[in-house]
Design a protein around this ligand. Structure first.
Ligand code: FES
Length: 159
C-alpha cells in the first residue's frame, strides 16, 4: 500500500510539473509569436486616407502643392515621413492628385506657373499639367493618387 501512495504522489508531481511548464511556455510563447507576426497583420501601405488640408487653398487651373507628415511603420520601426502632392482642379468639382516625385529617378518636380508645366531639375524633364511626359528621360507620367474631398478637406490615398 505505501508503494501505491508513492506512485500517486509521483504522478501528481509529474502532472504539476507539466502544468507549470505549459503555463511558462504559454507565457513566453504568446508574446513571442505576436511580436513575430504582428507587423504582417497590419494594413498594407497606401491603404490609409491622408488629410492634406483645405480644398479652398487650391487655385483653379493651377496645381497646388500640399505637404503633411505621417507616421509610417516599417516592421517594428515607426518613422515620421513627409508626404507631398500636387492637387489640381479646373472648376472645383473634380480634383486630381499628382505625386511630386519624378518617375525617372525620384527627384522632386515643381510646377512652373508661367510655363504651365512641371519641371524636374535633375535631368531637365518636363511634364504637362496632367502629369504626362513632354520631354526628358522619365519612362511614365507622374503617379496619381486617389483623392476625395470631405468637409472641404482633401484626402489622398495610395501614397
Ligand atoms: S529624376 Fe527627374 S528627370 Fe531624372
Amino acid at each position: 500500500m505505501p508503494d501505491e501512495k508513492v506512485l500517486e504522489r509521483k504522478g501528481f508531481l509529474g502532472l504539476v510539473t507539466w502544468a507549470i511548464g505549459g503555463l511558462i511556455s504559454l507565457g513566453l510563447g504568446i508574446p513571442a509569436i505576436s511580436y513575430l507576426i504582428g507587423p504582417s497583420l497590419q494594413k498594407p501601405e497606401g491603404q490609409d486616407w491622408i488629410r492634406l488640408g483645405s480644398s479652398k487653398k487650391v487655385e483653379f487651373g493651377k496645381p497646388t502643392l500640399f505637404k503633411t507628415t505621417i507616421q509610417r511603420q516599417t516592421g517594428w520601426i515607426v518613422n515620421d515621413e513627409e508626404v507631398s502632392a500636387y492637387i489640381y482642379t479646373e472648376g472645383g468639382r473634380e480634383f486630381i492628385a499628382f505625386s511630386n516625385i519624378c518617375s525617372h529617378l525620384s527627384c522632386r518636380v515643381r510646377w512652373i506657373d508661367d510655363q504651365d508645366q512641371f519641371f524636374c531639375p535633375c535631368h531637365n524633364a518636363v511634364f504637362d499639367r496632367n502629369g504626362l511626359v513632354v520631354s526628358g528621360p522619365p519612362p511614365r507620367p507622374l503617379d496619381r493618387y486617389q483623392v476625395k474631398i470631405e468637409d472641404d478637406q482633401i484626402y489622398i490615398q495610395g501614397v
